[in-house]
Structures are given as structure tokens and as C-alpha cells.
Design a protein around this ligand. Structure first.
Ligand code: ADP
Ligand code: MG
Length: 246
């Protein structure tokens, strides 16, 4: 893992909101390097900057200062149009809410990003991704005919169909029961083991324990990191963070 090329690099990223006189600093000079093929969990108390970090890293928001690199591309200098294309072609997302289109079948939902990119997806291509997430036999089902865990796996297939360099997940198990959540986490782990870079925001120490590394944020800064985390260790660090006076 250590010798892998870099997937993502944040170089002193600051993001503040509001007028300079009363600005809230959501991220305060955060620097972070994420190796290709690694699974990183971002944790921290509510308001610590997790979502802002994810949004700036994924090109959904722009830092006030600092640079964000995806591979060799500096996102902070791209035009809106180039950034939109980059998100479409090089980045995948899954969220807590599955955000599937209810009128479309699983395979139609998965094919959507390819259609948006102006391609006519081959059925075999879409089926192959559905099979990767264990839903080869559910291709013709609509979201309403699938369980929560299955819907999240469709969302995962949709995020992966464009072969993104980085998969971002914001609380991907937040709406799932723990057993189903574990199935999704096992899948994310397997994808990282197969070379997919995964960056996940979570507040759940068990979810974080599936990652290679946990990055702890507090008050917009990286306060701590943990390699090969065990759930109990993660929980202890979180407790320590919550009681540190800021
Ligand atoms: P987390 O995801 O860890 O809960 P966020 O990244 O959402 O934290 O927020 C970090 C800080 O930045 C909070 O104080 C939040 O109120 C503030 N913040 C986030 N987004 C905005 C925004 N669009 N406008 C103003 N303040 C914001
Ligand atoms: Mg958040």
C-alpha cells in the first residue's frame, strides 16, 4: 500500500464560509495523501468538516485556499465545465440515501451514468457490474422491489460502472441495519482489495474498521490517524476527540 501511487492529495486545504468578518472555517489547512487502492475512513464529531472535506476532494465544492489533486489533476484550477466532466468520468459517489430512480430497473439505473456521458451501454457491461455487487439476478427489478441493502448495492454498481479512480461514500450504511450494512462494507473492502480507491465518511466505528486507515477530524483539522483500525480502538479515539477542548 505504501508504495502505491497517489490517488488523491490535499495540500493545505482551507474552506471557510460566510463574510470574512464572521467566517466559519470548516477546513483549516488540511493536508492528506491517499494512496491508490486504499480504503480510507473519515471520522469526527458533527460539524468537524467531514462533509466539506469530501465535497472539496470530490470536486463538488471549491476550497478557499490550498490545492486538491486527483492523480495529477489540480481540481482547484479547473473550470466548472471541466470539473463537471471530471466528476462524471473519474469519480463515483454513494450516499446514505440510495438516490435511485424508482421508475427504472436496476440495470437502467446502473446504465444511467454511461448514458449521461453520451454512451450506449452494452447490456453485458451493465450486467457485469451488477454481478460484481451480487445482483446479477436482480437486473430487471425496480428499486421498490429490492431491499435497502440491495438498493445500496445498485447504487454502488451505478457508481462503479464508469470505472472511477476514486469512489466516495458519505455514510453509505447510515440507512441500513447492521447486518445489511456489513454486507455493503464487505463489498467496499473487496473493491479496495481489487484496486479501487475508496474514501468513506462514517460515524460508525465498526464501519471504519473495514478501512485501511481512519483519519480523525476535529474543528476542521486532522487530529489523529489510525492504520489497520479495530472498532474498539476507533471508538476510543472518537471518545477522546469528543472530550478534547477546542
Ligand atoms: P460534518 O460533516 O463533519 O458534520 P460539515 O463539513 O458539514 O461537518 O461542516 C463543518 C462546519 O462548516 C460546520 O460548522 C458547518 O456549520 C459549516 N458549514 C458547512 N457547510 C456550510 C455552508 N454551506 N455554509 C455555512 N457554513 C457551512
Ligand atoms: Mg456531514
Amino acid at each position: 500500500m505504501k508504495n502505491q501511487p497517489t490517488a488523491v492529495r490535499l495540500d493545505s486545504v482551507t474552506r471557510s464560509f460566510g463574510k470574512p468578518s464572521e467566517a466559519v472555517t470548516a477546513l483549516d489547512a488540511v493536508s492528506l495523501t491517499i494512496p491508490r487502492g486504499s480504503f480510507t475512513a473519515i471520522m469526527g464529531p458533527s460539524g468537524s468538516g467531514k462533509s466539506t472535506l469530501l465535497q472539496c476532494t470530490a470536486g463538488l465544492d471549491r476550497p478557499t485556499a490550498g490545492r486538491v489533486f486527483l492523480g495529477d489533476t489540480d481540481l482547484t484550477v479547473l473550470s466548472e465545465r471541466k470539473l463537471t466532466l471530471l466528476r462524471r468520468e473519474r469519480i463515483g459517489f454513494v450516499f446514505q440515501a440510495f438516490n435511485l430512480l424508482p421508475a427504472l430497473t436496476a440495470e437502467q439505473n446502473v446504465a444511467l451514468p454511461l448514458r449521461l456521458a453520451g454512451r450506449r451501454p452494452a447490456r453485458t457491461e451493465v450486467r457485469a457490474v451488477l454481478e460484481r455487487v451480487g445482483l446479477g439476478d436482480r437486473a430487471r427489478h425496480r428499486p421498490g422491489e429490492l431491499s435497502g441493502g440491495q438498493q445500496q448495492r445498485v447504487a454502488l454498481a451505478r457508481a462503479l460502472v464508469t470505472r472511477p479512480e476514486v469512489l466516495f461514500a458519505d455514510e453509505p450504511t447510515g440507512a441500513l441495519d447492521s447486518q445489511t450494512g456489513r454486507e455493503v462494507l464487505t463489498l467496499l473492502r473487496a473493491m479496495a482489495d481489487a484496486g479501487q480507491t475508496v474514501i468513506m465518511v462514517t460515524h460508525d466505528p465498526v464501519a471504519a474498521s473495514y478501512a485501511d486507515r481512519v483519519v480523525f477530524l476535529a474543528d476542521g483539522s486532522v487530529r489523529d490517524e489510525l492504520d489497520d483500525p479495530a472498532a474498539e480502538q476507533v471508538a476510543a479515539r472518537m471518545t477522546a476527540l469528543a472530550v478534547v477542548p477546542c
